[in-house]
Ligand binder design. Structure first.
Ligand code: ADP
Ligand code: MG
Length: 230
């Protein structure tokens, strides 16, 4: 992956088994967001491929791909002028061609699943950061994705709102969602991840089960990173 002539990811290769959670950790600028953006083609890789259930993601139309791979961002990216309900329903009728009534019905169910049934008619500015992020998660789930990507989904939240969103993510994992989670929440990674990937300077430096990486970091780079964040 490159921005202009600058290569930012080199030789990154990883496999995520269906129904598992992979947490990606590493210092700022190490390429974590670039990796996620490559997976759903928000950024086109210069070389290499992304396989989704054996099929090249690079051959799938971007809007179809983004329905199959949901993404949740640090800053929610909700439509400010739409209600929570319409934020969730919009992509269903515009991308999936669901009727408006059916889309609203499904959106209502999704909002209930993330604990926001009572907030369906609120606009983003009338919701807390944690609630906005749960709307964003409901919006991605409404498309019935095969994979969910989270890019520092709790980094912009006030500390007391972080837990609710992390619990929601952990619950998705327990129910068998396949997830790639970029996070600074080391306790979450330790508890929830099946696999942890440590990136530094555009490379995957170490990857393995959480106990292995957190309790027995092999590389000096991971040891240094953990000593700074733990
Ligand atoms: P992380 O998410 O781990 O903080 P990023 O994937 O955002 O890292 O960035 C990896 C590298 O790519 C950094 O050196 C960053 O400065 C660079 N970069 C990120 N986005 C762009 C962009 N749009 N244009 C040019 N360089 C970028
Ligand atoms: Mg990032």
């Amino acid at each position: 992956m490159a921005y202009g002539d600058v290569d930012v990811l080199r030789n990154v290769s990883l496999t995520v088994a269906p129904g598992t959670t992979t947490c990606i950790i590493g210092p700022s600028g190490s390429g974590k967001s670039t990796l996620l953006r490559g997976v759903n083609r928000l950024h086109e890789p210069k070389s290499g491929d992304v396989l989704l259930a054996g099929e090249s993601a690079l051959q799938v139309k971007p809007d179809i791909l983004r329905a199959r791979i949901g993404m949740v961002f640090q800053h929610f990216n909700l439509f400010p002028d739409h209600t929570a309900l319409d934020n969730v329903a919009l992509a269903l009728w515009s991308v999936k061609g669901t009727s408006k009534a059916e889309a609203r019905e499904r959106a209502r169910r999704r909002l209930a699943e993330v604990g926001l049934a009572e907030r369906a008619d609120h606009r983003p500015r009338d919701l807390s950061g944690g609630q906005q992020q749960r709307v964003a998660i409901a919006r991605a789930l409404a498309m019935e994705p095969e994979v969910m990507l989270f890019d520092e989904a709790t980094s912009a939240l006030d500390p007391e709102l972080v837990k609710g969103v992390l619990n929601l993510m952990a619950g998705l994992g327990r129910r068998g969602m396949t997830m790639l989670v970029v996070t600074h929440e080391m306790n979450f990674a330790r508890k929830v991840a099946d696999q942890v990937v440590f990136m530094d300077e555009g490379e995957v430096v170490e990857m393995g089960p959480p106990t292995e990486l957190f309790d027995n970091p092999r590389s000096e780079r991971l040891q240094r990173f953990l000593s700074e964040v733990l």
